[in-house]
Every structure is written in structure tokens, then in C-alpha cells.
Design a protein around this ligand. Structure first.
Ligand SMILES: [Zn+2]
Length: 486
């Protein structure tokens, strides 16, 4: 380090939390181009920069990695991605829950869960999707999974049937092509059509292909309610049988009678990890879930809030029980009349959320649904809510531990090389925030309010927040074949 160093950006006098879980230390961070060039006592030794940011009293941390996004088509439709940058997110993994931007279904095939993504036509292949992403300069970095529903719908004439040998081979070939294009793995949505039709042999065949490429299987498991324990075991067994690294998506226990089951599911995960299985999970920090409106849930869950409805857009933001009363019908019938629609389900327990979030292999994933008219607040507030509510208010986690769940841990799990840590040589994905102020503001009644306390966000060395940049700096993060076990 020479005293004459001139950086592009110099962050001065902050508390550096490097993402690894190590204790904070005071210092400066010098950025040159798209990388962190130096970390330490830089200004006192004479370093200068074209842009100096005073970070006194603030935390300098790696930009957050949203492990569970559904922003696949938002890079085209709403490329500002303010719901990401305003909470410090600099990378997102898309293609979750079995649905992704590619490959495109055969003509006539579709699935209700595609409505989570947006209006843009799906892409023929991940090669085409990645080309499009690269040509339009994404705001944040993006890694992608290929959805199992896409594979089924692109390979099978009757996607609700059991695949023939030829169709299974075709799905595996499509998966292989996506992996070669650079996806980091395959996602399954075993609770949705057509993913719920898949049996063990089909999934094992696909997971084995992913395993051969050092890629992941992430799963929205078959059932998060009465069968949550067996459903976790199902994906753990697929991991054991295929050797494929496994991520349990948005882990939760739905319905009061299943509250507390996370003690059992986390025990299963611990045993699997002890036996050598590469397992992780993600969670969003709320006691309500959100997805498409499922009429079968209408009677079993008391509080259901409608987020959007194609035949009844005026019902967005209202509670199903109120709509049913107004219409003079049962809740199930009201739900059937509202479909296709989206909903928020208030059916989780705070103790489970905290137990899952605190688990050492649990990462933070927003599962945010930017295509919803009245979205679940997790879209705008997941990361800042962990920092404000679960670190500062509840003291469930240290700030260092919480940041590790958002940075170095997901970078390791997804094989995102040189991301998720503050160290010389790493990419300059950086967030500066006020640890005494940072928190979410989005709530059930105001779901798109931006967070407070996030002061600066840089992606590959370029500032993206509070002011958007002239040229968007994000990149497509393609599969790293040397991904190592977490
Ligand atoms: Zn899901």
C-alpha cells in the first residue's frame, strides 16, 4: 500500500463487517474499478479517491445476496429493481420454486405458478435468457436456476402424466443444456402443478444430472403443512441418492397444528449434514406466506389477504373473509371466483421463524413477488427486517452472524466466486448502512414502502443506491464448476 494510492471510491472510517462472521473492525475500503483494492487504515496513510464516502459510525458490509428471488422477468419489465437496491441487495438468485424464465413450454402447456413471474414471453433457452440479460445491463447481479416445471412443460406432451422414458431423457437433456449455459442448479416446486406430479425416479434422474455438474437442487417442498416433516425428508433423500447439494426453500411450518415441527425438520437437516450431505435452506423473516391463491386453503387458514385477482382486480389488498361475506358465499367459493389470483396466508408461528432463521445453514431469501399489485412486504423488507427486528430488537442474531447469512454463506453455497466478502480482490458489491436505524418499513397495509437506514449500495464498484447509475452495473453470475461445500 503506497501513500499515493488513488482509488475510484474510498469508504472511510466505518465498521467493516466482512461477511465471514468475523467481528467488526474499524477501517476504510478502497475500490478500484469493479473490485475492492485495499482494506485498512487507508486515508491516514494518504490514500485519496475520486469519490470519498464518510462511513463514520456506519457499517460497511458485502452487498446482500437474495438467495430466493422471482425477479426473472423484472430485469426486462421493471429494470430499476428498487425493491432490491433499497434494502442493500446486490445479487439475486432467480428461477425458484420450479418456475424460471426458460426453457419455454411446448405450445399449449402452461402452469398457474408462471403468473408469479410477469408478462414477458418466456425464453427458448437459458442461453437466450442470459444473452438478453447481458444486453440490457441488469441493475444487480443475477444467478439463475432452471425450473423443473419448465422442464416438464417443455418436454412432456401431457405435463400432468408420468414421463415416458423419452420424455425423462428429454428433461435431462434440457437440464444439461441449461447447466451448460450457466445456471447454478435446478429448482423444484413440488407443491404446485405440474411439479407435484413428479415421483422419486424422475427427480432422482434430474438431481443426478445436476450433481454431475456440481450444481444444486433447491426445492419448494411438496407440503409445508401437515406433511412438512416427510416433505423435508423427501428432498434430503433425493440429495443422498443423487449426491446433489440441496437447498430447502423458504422453510416454514404452516397451520397452527404444525407449529413447532421445525424442531423436527431441523433435526433431520442436522443429521443429513452430519452424514456428509451438502444441505442449506433459506427463509424470509415473516409469519405469513404468499403465493397464488389456492382455493383448498380457504377454509383451513383464517386470515387470507388477496394480493391480486384477474377477474376481480378491485379485490386486491382485501381479506378473503370480507369478500366472501360481501358476496354472501363461502370462502372457498369466493376463492374460486377470484382465481387466477394471488394471496397472503397468515399461518406461521414466530417461534418457528426464529428457529429456522437462527440455524447455522439458513440463509436469507426474500421470495419477493414483484409482479403482485399488493405484494407481501417481504419483497421490500426482508433484509432490513432481519437487521432491524431480529438483530437489534429481538437480539436473535449478532449483526455479524446475520450479515454472514446474507453474504458469505450464500456466496459459498451458490458458488459465487469472489462475492459475499469484504477483502482485497473481491468484487466491490458493498452496502453501507446505519446499524442503529436500519429497518424495514413495508408492512401488510403499506407493502411497498422502502426501508430506512441503507445509505449507499454499490454493485461491481458502481453506486446503484440512493441514486440509480447512468449505466446499470450488474452481471450474470454463471455456474462455477468449483463450487465447494458450505
Ligand atoms: Zn416457493
Amino acid at each position: 500500500m503506497e501513500s499515493t494510492d488513488i482509488f475510484d471510491t474510498l469508504l472511510v472510517g466505518g465498521w467493516i463487517i466482512d461477511g465471514t462472521g468475523a467481528a467488526r473492525r474499524r477501517g476504510d475500503v478502497g475500490i478500484q474499478g469493479d473490485r475492492i483494492a485495499a482494506v485498512g487504515d487507508l486515508q491516514a496513510r494518504g490514500a485519496t479517491a475520486r469519490r470519498v464516502i464518510d462511513a463514520a459510525g456506519k457499517v460497511i458490509a458485502p452487498g446482500f445476496i437474495d438467495t430466493h428471488g422471482h425477479d426473472d422477468l423484472m430485469f426486462m419489465e421493471r429494470p430499476g429493481l428498487e425493491w432490491k437496491t433499497s434494502q442493500g441487495v446486490t445479487s439475486v438468485v432467480v428461477g425458484n420454486c420450479g418456475v424460471s424464465a426458460a426453457p419455454r413450454p411446448l405450445p399449449g402447456n402452461t402452469a398457474a405458478s408462471f403468473s408469479l413471474l410477469g408478462q414477458t414471453e418466456l425464453f427458448e433457452s437459458h442461453q437466450a435468457y442470459f444473452q438478453r440479460l447481458e444486453s440490457l445491463d441488469p441493475m444487480v447481479n443475477v444467478a439463475a436456476l432452471v425450473g423443473h416445471a419448465n422442464l416438464r412443460l417443455a418436454a412432456m406432451k401431457d405435463p400432468l402424466a408420468r414421463p415416458t422414458a423419452a420424455e425423462q431423457a428429454r428433461m435431462q437433456q434440457l437440464l444439461e443444456e441449461a447447466l451448460e449455459a450457466g445456471v447454478v442448479g435446478m429448482s423444484t416446486g413440488l407443491a404446485y402443478e405440474p411439479g407435484c406430479r413428479a415421483e422419486r425416479d424422475e427427480l432422482l434422474g434430474l438431481a443426478s444430472v445436476a450433481a454431475r455438474h456440481g450444481a444444486l437442487h433447491t426445492s419448494h417442498i411438496r407440503n409445508e403443512g401437515d406433511d412438512v416433516i416427510a416433505s423435508v425428508d423427501e428432498v434430503l433423500e433425493l440429495g443422498a441418492g443423487s449426491g446433489c447439494a440441496t437447498i430447502i426453500s423458504h422453510h416454514k411450518c404452516l397451520l397452527p397444528r404444525n407449529w413447532g415441527s421445525s424442531a423436527t425438520t431441523l433435526g433431520s437437516i442436522d443429521r443429513a449434514r452430519a452424514s456428509g450431505l451438502d444441505v442449506a435452506m433459506d427463509v424470509y423473516p415473516y409469519t405469513a406466506s404468499s403465493t397464488i391463491l389456492i382455493a383448498d386453503r380457504a377454509e383451513s387458514i383464517d386470515d387470507i389477504k388477496i394480493t391480486w385477482s384477474t377477474p376481480h382486480p378491485e379485490c386486491g389488498g382485501r381479506y378473503l373473509a370480507d369478500i366472501a361475506e360481501e358476496w354472501g358465499c363461502g370462502r372457498k367459493e369466493a376463492a374460486e371466483r377470484l382465481a387466477p389470483a394471488g394471496a397472503i396466508y397468515f399461518a406461521m408461528d414466530e417461534a418457528d421463524v426464529q428457529r429456522v432463521l437462527a440455524h447455522p445453514c439458513c440463509m436469507v431469501g426474500s421470495d419477493g413477488l414483484p409482479n403482485d399489485a399488493n405484494p407481501h412486504p417481504r419483497l421490500w423488507g426482508s433484509f432490513t427486517r432481519v437487521l432491524g427486528n431480529y438483530v437489534r430488537r429481538c437480539k436473535l442474531l449478532s449483526l455479524e452472524a446475520a450479515i454472514a447469512k446474507m453474504t458469505a454463506l450464500p456466496a459459498t453455497v451458490f458458488g459465487l466466486r469472489d462475492r459475499g466478502t469484504i477483502r482485497p480482490g473481491a468484487y466491490a458489491d458493498v452496502v453501507v448502512f446505519d446499524p442503529d436505524v436500519v429497518e424495514d418499513r413495508a408492512d401488510w397495509d403499506h407493502p411497498t414502502l422502502p426501508s430506512v437506514g441503507i445509505e449507499h449500495v454499490l454493485v461491481n464498484g458502481t453506486a446503484v443506491f440512493p441514486e440509480p447509475p447512468q449505466r446499470r452495473p450488474g452481471r450474470v453470475l454463471k455456474r462455477n464448476p468449483e463450487r465447494c461445500a458450505a
